[in-house]
Design a protein around this ligand. Structure first.
Ligand code: PEP
Length: 253
């Protein structure tokens, strides 16, 4: 029996108008609205959060955002706070996605501040980490993952760690069609779990859910999610279409 409940989240990125978002959320909830075996999270762009929140009311499908600021309020043009996301019934927030790290300068320190702010507001952070192809090929994967885990999760209490979700997303596998093999992914997930053990203890390490992300498709989801330390996935491209997302979720059951 699985020790941790799998969690599959769809990261819609900068895609979907409000009308398209409602259509997609409605199609997903029609088939998965009463699924209790997997935590299912939809992460539309900010502009569609309210509409998707309404579309999935009274179902087992949850809402997540793709980013937030660490401050509660203030002169931060263009930003939104954790409290604002909670107001729209978000339960999760993706933090430190590799696109935010690469294009918007997010560092482990910033991700750490956001993670703490999300937890303080009762939002479950989905903290993304992952190495680039150059880092993997130069033999630096372990060092990069270790630095990201320690930096992004610095100073979290055991309880806060257990409320956090980690998404291992090798940058070379995101949107490229190139998936990590189940063995490659499992190796890094086991490394992340051992780092959690160092940050807290074995009970905490065994409780934290670690998602895999990077070109997950219906055809490879079940094998990836079947690895002992892989607890579901963070899905990009394949989450934009109801049928493929539904099949991926079923791969986690
Ligand atoms: C992502 O961006 O989080 C992601 C995993 O994308 P894709 O599934 O398209 O590789």
């Amino acid at each position: 029996m699985r020790q941790r409940k799998p969690i599959v989240a769809g990261n819609w990125k900068m895609n979907k108008t409000v009308a398209e978002a409602i259509d997609l959320a409605t199609a997903i909830k029609r088939e998965l609205g009463d699924c209790k075996d997997v935590d299912i999270v939809l992460c539309p762009p900010f502009t569609a959060l309210k509409a998707v929140s309404e579309a999935i009311t009274d179902t087992h499908v949850d809402l997540g955002a793709q980013n937030m600021h660490w401050e509660k309020s203030g002169a931060y043009t263009g930003e939104v706070s954790a409290e604002m996301l909670r107001e729209l019934y978000c339960h999760y927030v993706i933090l430190g996605h590799s696109e935010r790290r690469a294009y918007f300068g997010e560092t482990d320190e910033i991700v750490n501040k956001k993670t703490k702010a999300a937890l303080a507001a009762n939002l479950q952070p989905i903290v993304c980490i992952g190495e680039t192809l150059a880092e993997r090929e130069s033999g630096r994967m372990t060092e990069v993952i270790t630095t990201q885990v320690r930096g992004s999760l610095a100073d979290l209490s055991p309880r806060e760690l257990v409320s956090s979700i980690i998404a291992y997303e090798p940058v070379w596998a995101i949107g490229t069609g190139r998936t990590a093999s189940p063995e490659q992914a499992q190796e890094v997930h086991a490394l992340i779990r051992s780092l959690l053990r160092e940050l807290a203890d074995d009970a905490v390490a065994q409780s934290v859910r670690i998602q895999y992300g990077g070109s997950v498709k219906p055809a490879n989801a079940r094998e990836l999610f079947g690895q002992p330390d892989i607890d579901g996935g963070l899905i990009g491209g394949a989450a934009l279409e109801a049928r493929s997302f539904i099949e991926i979720v079923r791969g986690a059951i």
